[in-house]
Design a protein around this ligand. Structure first.
Ligand SMILES: *[C@@H]1O[C@H](CO)[C@@H](O)[C@H](O)[C@H]1NC(C)=O
Ligand SMILES: *[C@@H]1O[C@H](CO)[C@@H](O)[C@H](O)[C@H]1NC(C)=O
Ligand SMILES: *[C@@H]1O[C@H](CO)[C@@H](O)[C@H](O)[C@H]1NC(C)=O
Length: 177
């Protein structure tokens, strides 16, 4: 009986650990259908995916396989990139709060963590780990495991290089997904 309980608790822990989502931040006011975006892939719940302090996104979408997962788009305050709730969204939805670059971070919650962690803010802050480019319904990604390519894109974004040039670079050096 005891071992049975232990096994089911371990099973629960494994399920909880594997709950992740992808959050994407888009520069273009095009309902997440085109252009450059920064991503947190495999983002655990209750973590703030924070854009760099001088970067703001116009639209955000979020996707998780966890039923009932809810994403949140934030604007910043006092250096906290996940300070002010702009919008809550279900998995698979794109939000562009007012069509201007105002989003500084995003997070998501499972319905279970919403119940047990009321009032608990994001526990950790995570930087985006990928960049993407969507054009004509096709998407290419550059992940930070490919350090040289990723750094190149991150520098270009920070430098204010033209988005179409960054897109071309991602198409040429990234992987189509
Ligand atoms: C999770 O949901 C609760 C209740 O809605 C909220 O207080 C908390 O801030 C949320 N956490 C995150 C990281 O969004
Ligand atoms: C997307 O479509 C436009 C218009 O047809 C074309 O000019 C452009 O080269 C296409 N981009 C890619 C990456 O195929
Ligand atoms: C960004 O700017 C720095 C400093 O001006 C420069 O050294 C670097 O090559 C630039 N990187 C890209 C990708 O444009």
């Amino acid at each position: 009986m005891l071992s049975h309980t232990l096994i089911s608790l371990l099973g629960l822990a494994a399920t909880a650990l594997s709950q992740t989502a992808n959050i994407n931040f888009y520069d273009t006011d095009d309902i997440c259908r085109s252009g450059l975006f920064a991503s947190c892939t495999n983002l655990p719940p209750n973590s703030c995916c924070a854009l760099a302090s001088n970067q703001l996104a116009t639209c955000m979408d979020f996707a998780t396989t966890t039923p009932g997962g809810i994403g949140t788009a934030f604007s910043s305050q006092g250096g906290n990139q996940c300070a002010v709730v702009l919008e809550r969204l279900s998995s698979g939805v794109c939000v562009c709060p007012n069509g201007f670059p105002v989003i500084s971070g995003g997070s998501w919650n499972t319905s279970a963590s919403r119940r047990s962690m009321d009032d608990k803010p994001c526990e950790t802050t995570i930087q985006p780990n990928a960049f993407g480019w969507t054009e004509n319904e096709s998407t290419w990604m550059v992940y930070n495991e490919d350090e040289a390519t990723y750094t190149n894109v991150a520098d270009a974004v920070a430098n204010g290089t033209a988005k179409t040039d960054i897109g071309k670079f991602i198409r040429e050096h990234g992987q189509q997904v």
